[in-house]
Design a protein. Structure first.
Length: 288
């Protein structure tokens, strides 16, 4: 008797496999994902949203992005026009400027050079103010202060932060006081706020020298070097600010005996005299 053949059911197109427990919908989903769908899922193509529609959909975020872009553009313009000038230095300028800060008595010509009513870059004129030396000197002063505190077993991050914030606070107070004084005496000068920060920041160079000498040679070395640096910064500030604040008298070459010019002279002397006092105040506790 011929063996009975097992009949295998043949799956028809569109029919599921009888041995399959669940329907395979992956192909249908992939086809659905690959085809662009309209809002009702009928397969119609959706047109991209126009810019006015996109703006109306989320106006707050778009306004914030526009305002942020405007601020970024203004900040870049400020850096290019102002700060970039004060950092245009080279190694030769830094060496000459440090020599001028320690030995201002040997310098004769203090006039700032101009080219078409614009001051030349600091690397071409040692008399031009810069922010590179004050910034590097401030950072170095904080590091030297930490070294001095560490040698005395008094170092702590809080104390070092207090030292840095105190120095910044005094610098800010100086700038505000000078600007207010210039307003009171009605001085017409090209001295800007950034110029003031640069000139007032030069005192950190002498402070570094005094503290380092105090660590090496004790209090005697500290007082000797700091005293020399205090006298040097006093002379430097007098000869520099004299051409900025007393521009009219300096241009004429003769002293003007008016009351307003006397106030300007007193202001120049006060700014110059404040530098040695702050140099001592910010460093005397670092040397023992």
């Amino acid at each position: 008797m011929p063996a009975s053949k097992r009949r295998i059911p043949v799956s028809q197109p569109g029919m599921a496999d009888p041995h399959q427990l669940f329907d395979d919908t992956s192909s249908a989903q992939s086809r659905a994902y690959g085809a662009p769908q309209g809002p009702s899922g009928l397969g119609y193509l959706t047109a991209p949203a126009s810019p006015p529609a996109a703006f109306l959909s989320d106006p707050v975020s778009n306004m914030a992005m526009a305002y942020g872009s405007s601020l970024a553009a203004q900040g870049k313009e400020l850096v290019d026009k102002n700060l970039k000038y004060y950092f245009a230095v080279d190694t030769l300028y830094v060496g000459k400027k440090l020599g001028l800060l320690f030995f201002p008595y040997l310098h004769q010509d203090w006039e700032v050079q101009y080219q078409q009513d614009t001051p030349v870059a600091p690397r071409f004129d040692v008399n031009a103010p810069d922010l590179y030396i004050p910034a590097m000197a401030f950072i170095t002063y904080i590091l030297v202060a930490g070294l001095a505190l560490g040698t005395q077993d008094r170092f702590s991050p809080d104390l070092l932060g207090l030292q840095a914030s105190s120095a910044l606070a005094w610098l800010t107070l100086e700038v505000l006081a000078i600007l207010f004084s210039l307003y009171l005496v009605t001085v017409n000068t090209d001295l800007t706020t950034i110029d003031l920060v640069a000139f007032l920041g030069y005192k950190y160079v002498g402070m570094i020298g005094g503290v380092l000498m105090g660590l090496l040679c004790g209090k005697i070395g500290y007082y000797l070097v700091l005293g020399w640096c205090c006298i040097s910064i006093f002379v430097f500030m007098i000869r520099t600010l004299r051409l900025k604040i007393l521009a009219e008298a300096a241009a004429e070459g003769v002293p003007v005996r008016g009351a307003r010019n006397q106030l300007r002279m007193y202001l120049t002397m006060a700014v110059a005299a404040a530098q040695p006092l702050l140099m001592y105040w910010l460093t005397f506790h670092l040397v023992r």
